[in-house]
Design a binder for this molecule. Sequence first.
Ligand code: IDP
Ligand code: MG
Length: 194
Amino acid sequence: MTERTVVLIKPDGVKRGIVGQIISRFENVGLKIAAMKMIWIDKDFAAKHYPVSRKQWVESIGKRALETYKEYGRDLGEDLDTMEPYEIGKKMCKWLVEFLTSGPVVAILLEGENSINTVRKIVGHTFGDKAVPGTIRGDFTKARGYASFMSKRAGHNLVHASGNSEEAEFEEELWFKKNEIYSYKRLDEEMYLG
Ligand code: IDP
Ligand code: MG
């Protein structure tokens, strides 16, 4: 099924000068760039991208943070003053807003068969130390899941990619106006799709 998904090259990816290398990975597998722009967003906009109102997701990132801490034998309460998953998630959202507004980002709308899943595979695991080689995060980041919490900031992992179709639809509408999205054929489309 042809679908669209949103990729953001976060400020760390832009500042490291690897925008081209990141975009190539998506182009190389045949995903089509339907829209693309560089934009330095403000905190209100970033808070829409990482909404604390998405309770289940906020709680889930808090929960996973607790698990990661346990795995490495560290005490999250010591670094964050709370052991409540939702409260941890809310703090993380605040840091994510700070991170996403710390420099320009490159926002890309990619289109292709099963693109949401494909892009997530190309991007790799959220934490650099768990992402396998060959993925963007696995090739360009090393940070452990808990490391950023010690300095009270979000993990720098180069890219955001929509996690599912609801996120993809919401993010497409948030980041792109209708007249910024282009419809055209890539040369290889006819070759593979007939
Ligand atoms: P994703 O980007 O792989 O979809 P999410 O679970 O949606 O990951 O989390 C959003 C972002 O929050 C991550 O990309 C990362 O920047 C940050 N983040 C999530 N969990 C942690 C963590 O446990 N430590 C540090 N940063 C985290
Ligand atoms: Mg996500």
